[in-house]
Design a protein around this ligand. Structure first.
Ligand code: NI
Length: 203
């Protein structure tokens, strides 16, 4: 009997040891998940200038959904293509939904994308499109908040001058300013429209 009791106690101790060893491992996936789903931390406060020359902050975007894209007006293909997708999708939404959505284009090239350049540029795409530019410090702050990477690339041969490498996600933010989801720059109009309809109420 004593031997059996020892075996049982030993077994229980072994189980505790195993749990103690396994438990930290089990915690790891959820920890790394939090890291990789860090999108929840996307967004935040900023101060900059809109394309009409008025100051704009994150507070001005509250109350409506915002579809935010970062790029630059000299971008030869990707930025205009993405903004065209946004414009077409916006026009495809009914008024109930469209009135709840603000499309936003943030320049990562504020040196060239002045208020005037931005005003001219956004008007090519959609009357509701808000262009945001500002000082480099202001843009750096927005880019950091949205975890947007950008990097000036000198290109002596190009008639367009330098280029700006940048990440190309479309961020959907809620009326409360919180991140909802994002889309790749080459999202299809159909997929973007479907997603927006699923998030924005039809009233
Ligand atoms: Ni671009």
């Amino acid at each position: 009997m004593h031997r059996l009791a020892l075996v049982v106690v030993g077994f229980i101790l072994l189980m505790f040891a195993a749990i103690a060893l396994i438990a930290p491992e089990k915690l790891k996936p959820s920890t790394s998940q939090q890291t990789s789903y860090g999108e929840a931390l996307i967004g935040g406060s900023f101060e900059a200038m809109d394309h009409t020359g008025e100051p704009i902050t994150d507070k001005d975007l509250l109350g409506k959904y915002a579809l935010i894209y970062f790029g630059f007006t000299y971008c030869p293909d990707i930025c205009p293509t993405t903004l065209l997708i946004v414009a077409n999708v916006l026009d495809g939404l009914n008024e109930a939904r469209a009135s709840q959505l603000t499309p936003v284009f943030v320049s990562v090239d504020p040196a060239r994308d002045t208020v005037e350049v931005m005003a001219n540029y956004v008007s090519n795409f959609h009357p509701k499109l808000i262009g945001i530019t500002g000082t480099k410090e202001q843009i750096d702050r927005i880019a950091k908040a949205y975890k947007v990477y950008y990097q000036v690339v000198e290109n002596e041969d190009s008639a367009l001058g330098y280029q700006v490498d940048h990440s190309g996600f479309l961020y959907l933010m809620g009326p409360d300013g919180k991140y909802i989801t994002h889309f790749p720059h080459n999202v299809s109009e159909q997929d973007l429209a479907t997603a927006l309809r699923s998030h924005i109420a039809n009233d």
